[in-house]
Design a protein around this ligand. Structure first.
Ligand SMILES: NC(=O)c1ccc[n+]([C@@H]2O[C@H](COP(=O)([O-])OP(=O)(O)OC[C@H]3O[C@@H](n4cnc5c(N)ncnc54)[C@H](OP(=O)(O)O)[C@@H]3O)[C@@H](O)[C@H]2O)c1
Length: 343
């Protein structure tokens, strides 16, 4: 296959940096790579496959054709640049919330709904789901396929890196100043200081009291599973973890379930690592994840009070599973299906 012209917009961000690393070690042939960010980052250098690349301001891409454009610079940038880049022939893979619920934009998790990218999307744009959604649907896919689900109730424990590089810095700085007493607690990226705290709000709160993150989990999991009536409800919580989102997920089924069958389904699910008796000891924690490309599942247990319900604990690297790795898998799927612009 010919080398592809690839642009990464938001290349200096938390997700962009992961994407460069994953692209570098992938088999995707790259004939030209453009790294773009805001004017603040112009001139920064990044190494990719033994070459040094200079970060350009996004405006520089104006007249350039590109085969694949990864957008990782927030919803406003995506809303402006996604349609422009697609109109120039690019397949746009968007990490933001800008187009996820658009009826003509596939919302793709390659392990779960690859058929939605069998043909080139009408608008030339593919959306990467929200990080919390990706790990949830990857863990639940075998259960949703095998059984009728009554409802899903979850609490998330979301890392600072979900708020980008600023979020990581805010947690590190806030922790240091709390320990040495050098500054009063302050918050910019999060609603409250995150160090030594938990914050039951991720995203804006709508008038009905549900946050944007909680709404994304409902809408996106319904779209990905093709189940418009799936009942999902959550409380999304920011915790003082640097990277790695965790979720305590309660699933109610229409019929009684057996733990052995659930463990068998999870153990055989590609891209899911099950921590269970006889398979792996213990349970996953976000700080010590061994493989950032898989979804880690533990504490699987049937509710002793209700044989139709179980709890599972789901942990994943939000920057990789929840963003960059999923975007790269989308690109690989699009290449395999020959739906890249200009090919
Ligand atoms: N973090 C996660 O876990 C995660 C997971 C899923 C999806 N996402 C989504 O991925 C996107 C990036 O998130 P992130 O965590 O990587 O954020 P980040 O660390 O804050 O990085 C933002 C990137 O966007 C660039 N940027 C900002 N404004 C720009 C503008 N006007 N023009 C051009 N570039 C601009 C920044 O460039 P400068 O460095 O020059 O400012 C930087 O490269 C967001 O849409 C986010 O919602 C993030």
């Amino acid at each position: 296959m010919r080398g592809l012209d690839i642009s990464i917009i938001g290349a200096t961000g938390a997700v962009g940096a992961e994407l460069i690393k994953l692209l570098e070690s992938s088999q995707i042939p790259v004939s030209r790579l453009r790294l773009l960010a805001s004017p603040n980052s112009t001139g920064r250098r990044s190494k990719f496959r033994e070459q040094i690349y200079i970060v350009e301001p996004l405006g520089e891409i104006n007249d350039a054709k590109t085969d694949i454009a990864f957008l990782s610079a927030g919803s406003a940038v995506s809303a402006e640049w996604g349609p422009r880049l697609a109109a120039q022939g690019a397949l746009v893979i968007d990490n933001s919330n800008a187009f996820r619920m658009h009826p003509n934009v596939p919302l793709v998790v390659p392990q779960v709904n690859p058929s939605t990218l069998a043909v080139r999307p009408r608008l030339g744009i593919v959306s990467n789901p929200n990080c919390s959604t990706i790990q949830l649907v990857r863990a639940l896919r075998p259960l949703v396929t095998a059984f009728d689900i009554g409802q899903i109730i979850l609490t998330t424990y979301q890392a600072a890196s979900g708020g980008g590089l600023v979020g990581i810095d805010e947690l590190l700085h806030g922790t240091r100043t709390a320990l040495d007493g050098s500054a009063a607690p302050s918050a910019e990226r999060f609603p409250f200081p995150l160090a030594f705290n938990v914050i039951p709000q991720v995203g804006e709160i709508a008038p009905e009291g549900v946050t944007l993150e909680e709404r994304k989990l409902v809408q996106e999991s319904r779209k990905i599973f093709g189940a418009p009536h799936l009942r999902v409800t959550s409380t999304c919580v920011r915790v003082p973890v640097l990277n790695g989102h965790s979720e305590a997920v309660y699933v109610e089924f229409e019929e009684p379930i057996r733990l052995e069958r659930i463990n068998e389904l999870l153990a055989n699910e590609p891209g899911v690592r099950l921590y269970a008796d006889g398979i792996r000891d213990g349970y996953p924690t976000p700080r010590f994840l061994e493989d950032p490309a898989v979804v880690h599942v533990g504490r699987v247990r049937v509710n002793p009070e209700n044989p139709r319900a179980l709890w599972i604990w789901v942990v994943a690297d939000n920057l990789q599973v929840g963003a960059a790795f999923n975007a790269l898998l989308i690109a690989q799927l699009a290449i395999a299906n020959n739906v890249i612009g200009g090919t």
